[in-house]
Design a protein around this ligand. Structure first.
Ligand code: NAD
Ligand code: UD1
Length: 336
């Protein structure tokens, strides 16, 4: 019996495949490599000393999905595959809706055809929108999304929830990630964006000399130092959360939602200073205008995952900075 990881070659997927293999699961990956490299999976196998099965292809390819379900005994699916750049989604909404929504619908139909109805989905804290007050709890009404990427997350949550309501033998877990950063302690796998849109990869690229300086997006938010506050979570903690979620989804029907965050907020300036302290590298920055669509605060109430899954984040922001830097300086050009 195996777990199918769609998008398993990506940042969160590769770390999760590693933890699943270490936990004794067989792992099968489908990834189009549109935003990743097969090298990440080679390194996952090297780090674990175990093998996984890789299919290069797209989750919109129904025939390929049938082949995968026929050639493997898939017990449950963990669905990472998506395009994830917020600014790109604003410029290319059709491509985002097609890839993320069609890719999910084809996957769900293939699962049903092949008698596998257990899925863990990569959602995002972005579904809480600006309407809700922190800390976010899973029972809050979802809010308004500000870009097509975020809208795909909200719509996929809805598609899965409706499907599980209509067909009670579906088991669905929606994981709302907060801000995953850091890398595996080995420095062999990590986040390899081309142009970074998110804060931590931007910091590490400035630190390694690939970019001149960081722009802090706004310092007039109603937060203690005026910069945006986020709930950064170590990607290894996040990956371990998936192992718990898989164990849960195997024997719980219906839909269950979990926040995967630490419950702690860190401002942009606090993160820069923590990075400088633990690495000894200065990160030049300037204050710029606020970015459209950003909120002042986003952090989780992470009690439900602790209570129900027995999972809680263990690694702090300093460890996230240390590991992100270890990855970046050993792999200045990612997997190239
Ligand atoms: P990533 O881009 O590193 O990984 C996504 C993977 O999916 C890539 O390997 C890509 O090649 C693959 N892919 C994309 N579309 C595909 C398709 N149609 N068929 C097959 N493969 C496809 O991103 P990540 O940071 O690892 O994110 C994983 C998931 O978590 C995504 O769904 C993302 O939206 C979600 N998420 C990420 C964050 C974050 O900050 N990284 C936060 C919240 C949610
Ligand atoms: C962003 C996305 C969110 C997505 C998440 C993970 C937006 C509006 N939100 O979240 O939908 O799920 O990434 O991919 O894009 N910052 C800077 N300078 C930078 C980059 C970021 O000051 O160069 C600040 C931001 O204003 C924010 C914080 O750093 O306060 C974190 O930003 P980021 O890493 O992009 O994550 P989010 O905005 O929380």
């Amino acid at each position: 019996m195996a777990i199918l990881a769609t998008g398993g070659a990506g940042f969160i997927g590769s770390h999760t495949c590693l933890e699943l293999l270490n936990a004794g699961y067989e792992v099968v990956v489908i990834d189009s490599l549109v935003n990743s490299s097969e090298e990440s999976l080679r390194r996952v196998q090297e780090l674990t000393g175990k093998t996984l099965r890789f299919y290069k292809g797209d989750t919109r390819d129904a025939a390929l999905l049938d082949t995968i379900f026929t050639e493997n005994e898939i017990e449950a699916v963990v669905h990472f595959a998506a395009l994830k750049s917020v600014p790109e989604s604003v410029k290319m909404p059709l491509e985002y809706y097609d890839n993320n929504l069609t890719g999910t619908i084809e996957l769900l139909k293939a699962m049903r055809r092949n008698g596998c109805k257990k899925i863990v989905f990569s959602s995002s804290a972005t579904v809480y929108g600006a309407e809700n007050k922190c800390p976010f709890t899973e029972d809050m009404q979802t809010g308004t999304t500000t870009n097509p990427y975020g809208t795909t997350k909200l719509q996929i949550e809805r598609i899965m929830t409706d499907t599980a309501a209509a067909e009670p033998d579906w088991h669905v877990v929606l994981l709302r990630y907060f801000n995953p950063i850091g890398a595996h302690a080995s420095g062999r796998i990590g986040e390899a964006p081309g142009y970074p849109n998110n804060l931590m990869p931007y910091i590490t690229q400035v630190a390694v000399g690939k970019r001149e300086k960081l722009t802090v997006f706004g310092n007039n938010y109603p937060t203690p130092d005026g910069t945006g506050v986020r709930d950064y979570i170590h990607v290894v903690d996040l990956a371990k959360g998936h192992v718990k979620a898989i164990a849960f989804v195997l024997d719980h029907a219906g839909t269950e939602i979990f926040n995967l965050g630490t419950g702690n907020g860190t401002s942009v300036l606090e993160l820069i200073h923590a990075f400088e302290e633990v690495t000894g590298v200065t990160v030049p920055y300037e204050i710029g205008p606020a970015r459209a669509g950003d909120v002042a605060y986003s952090y989780a109430n992470a009690d439900k995952a602790k209570r129900v899954l027995g999972w809680q984040a263990e690694l702090d922001v300093r460890q996230m900075c240390r590991d992100a830097w270890n990855w970046q300086k050993n792999n200045p050009n990612g997997y190239e």
